[in-house]
Design a protein around this ligand. Sequence first.
Ligand code: A2P
Length: 317
Amino acid sequence: MHTLTFSNNDKMPALGLGTWKSAPGEVKQAVIHAIEIGYRHIDCAAIYQNEAEIGDAIAECIEKGLVKREDLWITSKLWNDAHKQNEVEVALKKTLKDLRLDYLDLYLIHWPVVFKNGIDFPENSEGYLRLSEVPLSETWSAMQQLQKGGVIQHIGTSNFSRKKLQHLIDLEGQQPEMNQVELHPYLQQQDLLEYCHENGIHVTAYSPLGSMDRPEVFKKQGEPIPLENETIVAIAEKNQISPAQVLIRWQLQRNISVIPKSTNPKRLKENFDTLKIELNDAEMDEIAALDQHKRIIDGAFFVAPDKGYTLESLWDE
Ligand code: A2P
C-alpha cells in the first residue's frame, strides 16, 4: 500500500475514496464495497451532506470485523460557515457524531472563505463574512486546539494557495500538514506541489478524474475531459489499463494522495487496482506536458467583491 508519512510517523494510505457527489442512498453501499476491496482511506466533508450514511457504513464494517477503526484513515472538512473560534468545535462534533467516530485522522479547512453561521451557500454577499472579520489565523488556532485535545490527529487545509499556506506557517504553532487541491492533467499545479513538499506539507488531489458528475453550475461549455484526452487514452491502451487508472496512477507517482470518487463496485475495484500498476518515466513526462492550468472548480461561486472575495484573492494568482 502506498502511504504518506506524517511527522509523528502516522501513515495515510495515499489512495482514498472520494465522497463528494456520492448520493445518500448510494454512498453507504459504496463505502462498504470500498472497504471490502481494501480501501482504508475515506475522504469526507460536512458539506457533502452524506456523512451520516458514511458513518453507518464505517460502523457496519467495524461491527462485522471487516476492519478496525485504527486501520482506517478518515478525513473530513470544516465548512465555510463555521470558521469562528467558537464554531469550529461545534462543527467538528457534528461531523464526529454523523461519522460515528470519536476522532478524525485529518481535519481540513475546506475553503479560505467565510460565511455566516448556518449558511451552506449564500444567495448573495449578505451571507459572507470578510476574512478581516474572521481571519484564517483564528480558524487555524481553533483547529490546533482541537488537535491538542486529541479529537483530530492531523490538521490541514483545502484550496489554499502558497501565499495562504505561508501565512499559516508564519504563525506560531502547528503548520498545515496537508493541502487538498484540485489536480488532474489539465491542472497540475507543479509549483504549489513543490512548495508544499519543500515545506513538509502533504498534498491530496481532488477531482482527479475530472469530476464529470459535478453539478451543472460547475460546468462550462467545451471543457476538456481528462478521461478522453488522447494521450491518456493512448497510454491506457498501451498498458491495457483504463484511462481512469492512468489518471490515478499518475497522481500516486507524484507522491501525493488521490481520492477518486465512485459509487460503482466495478469502478471502485478498477481504481483500487492502480496500486498494482506502474507508469514509466516517458509516460509520466507525456502527461506532464498536458498541463493547461485549467480549473474545473474555479471558485466563481465564491466571488463576492463587496466582501473582499474575488478570483484573484481566492487563488492569489
Ligand atoms: P461513478 O461514481 O458512477 O463510478 P472525480 O473523482 O474526479 O470527482 O470523478 C468522479 C466521476 O468519475 C464520477 O462520475 C464517477 O462515476 C466517475 N468514475 C469513477 N471511477 C471511474 C472509472 N474507473 N472510469 C470511469 N469513470 C469513473
